[in-house]
Design a protein around this ligand. Sequence first.
Ligand code: SF4
Length: 388
Amino acid sequence: MQTVPSRLLLKSNGLKRHTKQHKAANAMQSQNKILLVDADSTIPNIALMKLAAYYKQVDIVKCNISYYPHKRKDVVVNAVGYDKVFVSAIFFSTPNHLKVTNCNCIEYGGSAYSITKKLPDEVIAWKSDYSIYPNADTSYGFLTRGCFRNCEFCIVRQKEGNIHLDESVEKIVQHKQVKFLDNNFLCHPQADEILQRLVAHKIRFQFNQGLDIRLVTDENARLLSQADYIGSYIFAFDNVSDEDIIVNKLGILKKHSTSNWACKFFIYCHPEMDIVNSVCYRVNWCKANQVLPYLMRDISCWDSDESGFYTDLGAWANQPGIFKNMSFEEFMYKRCPSNELRQQRSIATYNEGKQDASKWQRIVDDKSLQLAAEAEQLTTDDFNDLII
Ligand code: SF4
């Protein structure tokens, strides 16, 4: 368990504001000692940056609690001396690993605690204060919130409602590049208009949560091809049944000079999905169509019998240089050259689907017995060279 002492906190410089109203509000707000706790964000946390802008003088502590079970650590934040603490956490597992002590006024927010709780309007109205993330070189924000779809595994509709505009480009962009966090930007009626503006103003950007490929048109594909886009165009390939429409839309993107390997597809996988006919099928489809996959493993993959396979598959699929130039089999021989059992098991899972865990345990046990028998046959003379 790690305790974070308050002297290690970063201080916000506070944004300079120009209206009398803001100055008066800040004067009152800055009388309170405010601590912001960034529990698990891997990018600058927008809610905390807005709180930093609103309260002007804040301290922040970053806990870096991991999404990955084997990397998680327990963190205790000692908030002694603070009047109010705001905690923000994204991952549902994080609250089990975080404790804030010595403060009676703690406000918890973020998807991990509530998917409906929002900051007050007077806080949301502020521009993000990046001084609490002094190394940030990229702006983050939402042009739109919500989605017109309501996929069963997704909380966006419940959390943010139907698609609607959120913040303007001007309000979001504070750096040389920007990553938009919209969940389904292309479904907004003004999407083309906003893309035109991004292109006209030569803004370097990316939609890092991906775009809905089913909504690609000639016009938005043309605008995307003219944009100063960061990295790959990211889409999702969740269901094999979407293959036909995805092939069709990929054709439109490629017509607008989107080069091979310029698109990336999130491939969500869950232990209940058929490994060969769903997970590997979609990954191999990416290779055949010269687009990159990004295997997104559901957290339950870590506890499944195939956890080792999912790790191997992700290590292959999520490294573009390796994925483009090597088959999964070749990759496995290189990945663990002296662990024949692991190679065999992962390659068998890739080709045949779920494996019988007891069969592989028997092979491991037989191998151990064989090694023990070989060791017994050795005489002390065999070790003479080693005696010093
Ligand atoms: S299209 Fe995407 S954002 Fe919209 S509900 Fe489905 S998964 Fe969620």
